[in-house]
Design a protein around this ligand. Structure first.
Ligand code: PAF
Length: 280
């Protein structure tokens, strides 16, 4: 695997690959890699002749300093995982490379970044849009891969790619789950002992909400049931559960109001914040 920390050597390496007729797949990550990331890599490897994984913990998307500080950093084991997965290129820049000077550019996605994650994490999606735009411009991919677990992020990046005419294909890859249903997430590495078992409440909440909504239970009662499920442990707390149209993130009250409704959930196990979602 070729490892690049700087932009120009990576760009000239990829330019050469492109001139030789290769297609390039990009898998942007913040490291602490797990099987969910490997699923993104597998999709990229199936559809492109060169796969670039980026690992960069992007400070501008953290609205909480302690979340940034405690974000798991596991570069050595990430490199082994990527090598075993036959990733072709790793781009792992430092802060100076990505933000030579303090950034003043802000993105506003209107409704898309005001709801759910956007309302609890102000500025988060602006930071995500900024860093992925930089990565898109550096790598110039033919395809880029993101996890379905961050559906709101995927929706916002889809808007960004469309409006700014980046001109490549964007792919959402199905969420990978543990055998008990917990969605894989880098933040799961922060769950210790009994916290890990308790984190399953978000998946239980989604499964129950889906069944109740299909049975025509009113949304307000479904939300109250999910709150009871999630908050059955003193350590677990529901931040939100929303039923939205997956295409525009507008809230809906029942499953017939959208072609592809999605339930999105967020909450805490002690101070570890987790999100998940489920299509209906
Ligand atoms: O989903 C993530 O890991 C991050 O938000 C991303 C897309 C790599 C941008 O930093």
């Amino acid at each position: 695997m070729h490892i690049f920390k700087d932009v120009e050597p990576l760009k000239s390496f990829l330019k050469d690959k492109r001139l030789k007729g290769n297609t390039i797949g990009l898998v942007p990550t913040m490291g602490a890699l797990h099987d969910g990331h490997l699923a993104l890599l597998r999709s990229s490897k199936q559809q492109n002749s060169v796969t670039v994984c980026s690992i960069y913990i992007n400070p501008t998307q953290f609205n909480n300093a302690s979340d940034l500080e405690k974000y798991p950093r596991t570069l050595d084991s990430d490199i082994s995982l990527l090598e075993n997965a036959s990733c072709d290129v790793l781009f792992c820049p430092d802060n100076h490379t990505m933000y030579e000077e303090k950034s003043i550019v802000q993105f506003d996605f209107g409704y898309l970044d005001k709801v759910m994650e956007g309302s609890f994490r102000p500025g988060h999606f602006s930071g995500v849009a900024l860093v992925v735009s930089k990565l898109f411009n550096i790598v110039l991919p033919d395809n880029a891969y993101f996890g379905q677990k961050d559906w709101q992020q995927y929706t916002i990046i889809r808007q960004l790619v469309k409006e700014l005419k980046f001109g490549f294909n964007l792919h959402a890859v199905t969420t990978t789950r543990e055998s008990d249903g917990l969605a894989l997430s880098s933040r799961n590495k922060r769950l210790e002992g009994a916290q890990r078992q308790k984190a399953i409440v978000f998946y239980e909440g989604l499964i129950t909400a889906k069944a109740l909504l299909i049975d025509r239970e009113p949304l307000s009662e479904v939300k109250a049931t999910v709150k009871r499920i999630v908050e059955k442990h003193p350590e677990t707390r529901l931040e939100y559960i929303e039923l939205v149209d997956s295409q525009n993130l507008k809230g809906i009250y029942n499953v017939d109001e959208a072609d592809q409704p999605i339930l999105c959930i967020a909450g805490y196990v002690d101070e570890v914040r987790l999100i998940d979602n489920m299509f209906l």
